[in-house]
Design a protein around this ligand. Structure first.
Ligand code: IMP
Length: 453
């Protein structure tokens, strides 16, 4: 068993990249399994004395380690233009042999320009838009399920055959554009086929049958890291439907997307923040008031609690730059995310333990949700019938007076402030699995790893 699976424990942006990077340092293969350019992961890399910071949306961040091979698996929906730009950016900052170490599953689906137009249009036609990232993710997965999607393999077809496939795929979409006065967005299948077959030529040598690669690595018992994208509450089945993404981002979805079976799994790490955040619409029980309107921060004199958390924790989207909705940490949500049935979690990675301490220093206390009041009862799980009941669970908080200071350089769990340890202990008691990784700063290596759990 060789695979470490990293899953988001809330609504995304939990800091999965940091633990993924830590785990990838001794891995043979790192895999992006689900989602697409809706995810964003910032890489900080030092080369020849220069510090580079780049945001990767498709390529797994572990590619920065020269011994690691990277795979973009079949569960991902790929914007090939962006993918090529990311490869070039990595080469520019001196990451060696990217094209010979990165592989792309031929069965992965492709995001085309009409998917992005559809994403905007479908949001516009809804009474309650989801607040998607507008990267065309949902429409690309819709085409996949409708069996009219364009796959990476198709980009390698003779251009006339690709054109035929695009023509079939776009028929219903272009009708929808016409019905909604968007004729100007129609790009002829011929033009698209020519453009996308050029991308095909650039990526051709990286395209493979990924089953063979993962089989070989699993059989050798070499370490695989699956970098999860999005999160438990954004999962198309488990999440806050309809305010979810279009992929399955819990463990089961990650396995399919990564071309591996449950037999390859060594451990599952669920990543959560000491506070919570969400972008886009949908329920958020511990959300705190903030000065945000239409995805923008409005002017204010006195910050609300949500503003303090957002500013101290730097909660702005890596993909869209949107200010994130912020709230207190939620141990009940995390308990549900770590369920043995849902994610089969072995360990928790709790990020931003330093930031929440600062929030407490400013606000005079830190709150952690340790139960919900829902339908007249105190409950200890995340309910899934909120649309039916019309009720959002009301958090019951445990409050910690003051805050704490954790230097980014701290690596010894025993040296954490007592209150921070108590905060972690309460989470462990509620969730029932250990917090093995603790994020204490913004850099990739600002993490305490407990060897004793
Ligand atoms: P979509 O995935 O672009 O269709 O967006 C669906 C919902 O998931 C929206 O609320 C997005 O804000 C959210 N979402 C998608 N990807 C991410 C992510 O990487 N981090 C946080 N939220 C995300």
């Amino acid at each position: 068993m060789s695979a470490t699976i990293i899953i988001g424990g809330a609504w995304g942006d939990e800091g999965k990249g940091k633990v993924a990077s830590y785990e990838a340092s001794d891995a043979r293969l790192v895999i992006r399994a689900t989602g697409g350019a809706n995810a964003g992961h910032t890489i900080v890399f030092n080369n020849r004395g220069e510090r580079h910071k780049i945001a990767l949306h498709l390529i797994p961040g572990g590619i920065v380690y020269p011994q690691v091979r990277g795979l973009i698996g079949q569960g991902v929906v790929i914007d090939p233009k962006l993918l090529i730009e990311e490869v070039e950016k990595l080469e520019e900052i001196g990451i060696p042999f990217v094209r010979s170490r990165l592989r792309i599953a031929g069965r992965a689906h492709v995001v085309l320009p009409y998917h992005k137009e559809l994403d905007e249009l479908k949001e516009r036609l809804k009474d309650n838009p989801i607040g998607t990232t507008k990267r065309g993710i949902g429409p690309a997965y819709e085409d996949k399920k409708a069996r009219t999607g364009i796959r990476v393999y198709d980009l390698l077809l003779p251009v006339e055959e690709l054109e035929k496939k695009i023509e079939v795929a776009t028929r219903p979409h272009y009708q929808l554009f016409k019905d909604n006065g968007m004729e100007d967005r129609i790009v002829s299948p011929k033009v698209l086929a020519e453009q996308y077959s050029q991308y095909g030529k650039v990526i051709k040598n990286m395209v493979i049958n990924a089953d063979i690669l993962t089989e070989e690595v699993c059989k050798n018992g070499d370490k695989i890291v699956v970098e999860g994208a999005q999160a438990y509450r954004l999962d198309n089945d488990y999440g806050d439907y309809p305010d979810v993404t279009s992929s399955n981002c819990v463990t089961a979805g990650a396995l399919i997307g990564a071309h591996i079976s449950h037999k390859c799994v060594d451990k599952v790490i669920v990543v959560a923040k000491a506070h919570c955040s969400r972008v886009g619409n949908g329920v958020f029980p511990t959300e705190q008031l903030a000065h945000i309107e239409n995805d923008k921060v409005t002017e204010y004199d006195q910050p609300f609690v949500g503003d303090v958390i957002r500013e101290i924790c730097g909660e702005y989207g890596a993909t869209t730059g949107r200010p994130r909705r912020c709230g207190w940490g939620d141990a009940i949500l995390l308990k549900s995310a770590c369920s043995q049935a849902v994610t089969g979690a072995d360990y928790i990675c709790l990020s931003h333990m330093d930031s929440i301490g600062k929030v407490g220093n400013i606000l005079g206390s830190i709150k952690l949700c340790t139960a919900y009041r829902y339908q007249g009862k105190k409950i200890y799980f995340y309910p899934d019938d909120m649309e039916l009941t019309g009720e959002v669970p009301e958090p019951v908080y445990t409050e910690f007076a003051g805050g704490w200071d954790i230097p980014n350089t701290l690596r010894d769990f025993d040296m954490l402030p007592e209150k921070a340890k108590q905060y972690i202990k309460i989470i462990e008691d509620i969730v029932g699995i250990p917090v093995k990784y603790i994020g204490v700063g913004p850099n990739n290596n600002d993490v305490i790893v407990r060897d004793d759990v």
